[in-house]
Design a protein around this ligand. Structure first.
Ligand code: MOS
Length: 737
């Protein structure tokens, strides 16, 4: 039986809190953990599919122009070489998942340095790589001096959805306290551990592709489109994905290339991007330039709020990093300007990188709030507490649950936040920089608010309660390292009264029902709701079978109890399976509310007085995102986000050559993500709540919240340590000096 459930009524059912199995909300270990640690979990390139040939992408050594000829003969005689493919369908920009369709390019058209132009297929990887290096081709490249590379001077277009209300300039001049600041952030790469990779098989009828992707339902249509097959003839599998962070939302060139090669050659083809290709060819986060204007009355309440950003993307790409997304609902101010202008540059496509918008928008907004608090001589937490709006300042929607104040208060307590100073002695005075030094190191603390919009999307799941008393959950939802296998196991286990080992969760297969995919922090609440509602149908069936009211049933360890009796599930099933499938869809309960997840960051840093080196010494994050399905996986998501805050604050930056537009630092040696040595102890507090508008299971998004603002806390701590206000991220030693 299948059913469609639209989320129109707020979720007031708190059954999940009182269920007997008691597995939901508990720190269940990830069922996929041991297989991954043992190296037994196959990632996209690791399937044993028998005989398999290897493809290596050839990329353009220029930024804009036209490939005019590819001399296939130049490599066809090389050892092991099977074919050179230059199918124009392969030479596409990466798709951007939810961000929208990439514009079609002319055959052979090159728009950025490093764009794939051909695929060389050989018997072994080494042979393919060697031939790829030697492939001869001709091209007409445009004169670099005529290509816009620099976002600061390139032409811009304003993104849709700008807000202009009241008179911000007047609010700024009327304000008792104000700041007007320019910040910059650099481009980022998702840098997932698993490179983009695909293995494709073609049997003449059906294309089967093992790929590293986040959103299979969407990727299914994209790939079918790209290779010209109906979706029924395409199957994508992504059982295990080694991180995505946005870079695997859309199908990227290696998956299309492997598929087209398999179809043309009738062989199984594997294409794995090199780390350099991952940096050159998958979506980047745009660099930003942000102007922040904050105008407050004498009472500390904002009367004016301006957040204007400049981002960049390739010509024809409609989407821009939504830098002001959180600013729109986080703080009040009747006089508002919120706008993003997008510059057209020839760099690889800009798209979603973990927490698109908030990640870089919040870190600048929250650094500006720190300066405003200083100008007013009040504690930065106090400033934020005075600026929690009653309703969405833009569209007037009511807020759903919002534990922003609680996160700041509880986080402050856990961190030992001292409004007076950092020495641990309460002085009741304003915080001042340069109050604490240990030898060569200035010590300081800083805080920042966190928020990320909450999204929930269509999700389907099929649950089979089997006659043997085990359950099978099937959906094409993915687990990109986030904990989906665990939380869907817990949801089914809780609803059906089964311990973890009796529930099998089968993900990452487009033959399964439509999952929401892993993106935008919507995965857990959306797919969790689909499993919850599907299991609810099974509970109703069980109730009918035992002639009891479903509301009175208790499920635990394979037993069902009701006021008049008890029976094992196996006995009730009587040799037959029960199968149900629900399609969950967001509705009015969600759409009519301003729903978001909230939090607060606290950081302590040491800044070397001679070198400007900054070490983060500890961090605390307090987060409220509705029901916590699994505190272990949720906490891991938060810690992961906070590690990204360190990268965004101190080290991560894409550098482009101003002369020919190539990405200079395209590997993990040159693009500096925080390593173990850079990451101190991190405390995560989960400030629980039930959000009736977040989803039917009262959960909201968690995956991206941990990096929405935390780099600002680190910047504020640097100022508190050494007295230097900086506005350019990352705050590398040369800038801190
Ligand atoms: Mo996320 S950047 O939507 O994977």
């Amino acid at each position: 039986m299948s059913d469609v459930r639209v989320f129109d009524e707020p979720a007031t059912d708190n059954r999940l809190d009182d269920m007997k199995q008691g597995v939901l909300g508990k720190p269940l270990d990830r069922p996929d953990g041991p297989v991954k640690v043992a190296g037994a979990a196959p990632y996209a390139a690791e399937y044993d599919l028998g005989e398999c040939v290897e493809g290596v992408l050839v990329t353009a050594p220029f930024a804009r122009g036209q490939i005019t000829a590819i001399d296939k003969a130049s490599v066809l005689d090389m050892p092991g070489v099977i074919a050179v493919l230059d199918d124009p369908r392969m030479i596409t920009r990466p798709a951007q998942g939810t961000a929208g369709e990439a514009p079609k390019q002319k055959p052979g058209q090159v728009d950025y340095f490093g764009q794939p132009i051909a695929l060389v297929v050989a018997e072994t990887f080494e042979q393919a790589r060697d031939a790829a290096k030697h492939l001869a081709f001709e091209y007409d490249a445009d004169d670099n001096s005529e290509i816009p590379f620099d976002p600061a001077t390139a032409e811009t277009e304003e993104s849709d959805g700008a807000t202009r209300k009241g008179d911000l300039a007047k609010a700024m001049s009327d304000a008792a306290h104000s700041v007007d600041l320019i910040f910059t952030t650099e481009g980022h790469n998702s840098a997932a551990m698993e490179p983009h990779a695909a293995m494709a098989e073609w049997d003449g009828q059906k294309l089967t592709v093992h790929a590293a992707l986040q959103m299979l339902n969407y990727n299914h249509g994209e790939l079918a489109d790209a290779v010209g097959l109906p979706t029924e003839q395409v199957r994508i599998l992504a059982r295990y994905v080694g991180g995505g962070f946005g870079s695997k939302l859309g199908v990227s060139p290696e998956t299309v290339a492997a598929s087209l090669a398999a179809m043309e050659l009738g062989r199984t083809v594997r294409v794995v991007m090199s780390r350099q290709q991952v940096f050159q060819d998958v979506v980047r986060r745009s660099e930003t330039k942000q102007r922040l204007r904050l105008a407050a009355g004498a009472d500390g309440r904002l009367i004016g709020l301006g957040h204007e950003a400049r981002t960049s993307n390739l010509p024809g790409e409609g989407s821009a990093e939504p830098v002001v997304q959180a600013t729109a609902y986080l703080y009040p101010g009747e006089n508002r300007v919120l706008a993003v202008e997008n510059a057209t540059v020839h760099r690889m496509t800009a798209g979603s990188v973990r927490a698109p918008g908030e990640a870089v928008g919040m870190q600048c907004l929250e650094a500006a709030m720190d300066e405003l608090a200083e100008a007013m001589d009040i504690d930065p937490i106090e400033l934020r507490l005075r600026n929690i709006p009653d309703e969405h300042p833009g569209d007037g929607k009511p807020y759903s649950s919002r534990r922003y104040a609680e996160c700041m208060r509880e986080g402050a307590k856990a961190f030992g936040w001292d409004s007076g100073n950092t020495s641990g002695v309460w002085t009741d005075g304003p915080r001042k920089p340069r109050q604490q030094r240990e030898g060569d190191w200035w010590i300081g603390t800083g805080m920042a608010g966190a928020t990320r919009i909450h999204l929930v999307g269509r999700a389907e799941a099929r649950v089979t309660l089997k006659a043997d008393g085990t359950a099978l959950v099937e959906t094409d939802m993915t687990d990109i390292g986030t904990g989906t296998y665990a939380i869907l196991n817990q949801m089914a286990g809780e609803m059906l009264g089964l311990p973890a080992e009796k529930v099998l969760v089968d993900l990452g297969d487009t033959d399964h029902p439509y999952g929401p995919g892993s993106g935008g922090s919507w995965g857990a609440s959306s797919s969790g709701s689909a499993v919850y509602q599907t299991c609810d149908m099974i509970r109703d069936d069980i109730a009918r079978k035992v002639n009891a009211d479903a509301a009175t049933l208790e499920f635990k360890d394979g037993m069902v109890r009701w006021p008049e009796g008890e029976k094992s599930l196996v006995d009730i099933m009587g040799g037959e399976d029960i199968v149900h499938q629900v399609r969950f869809k967001p509705g009015k309960a969600f759409e009519d509310y301003a729903t978001a997840s909230y939090g607060a960051f606290f950081a302590e840093v040491a800044v070397n007085r001679w070198t400007g080196e900054t070490r983060v010494r500890r961090m605390t994050g307090a987060f409220g995102f509705g029901r916590v399905l699994n505190p272990k996986t949720a906490r891991s998501q938060c810690i992961g986000g906070m590690v990204w805050c360190i990268g965004s604050a101190l080290t991560e930056a894409l550098h482009f050559d101003p002369v020919d537009g190539h990405l200079v630092n395209c590997d993990l040696a040159e693009y500096h993500v925080p390593v173990h040595r850079d990451v101190p102890h991190m405390d995560v507090l989960l400030v629980e709540e039930r959000d009736a508008h977040g989803s039917p299971i009262q959960a909201k998004g968690a995956g991206e919240l941990g990096l929405c603002g935390g780099a600002g806390a680190i910047a504020n701590a640097i100022y508190n340590a050494c007295g230097v206000r900086m506005h350019d991220f990352p705050m590398t030693p040369d800038r801190v000096m």
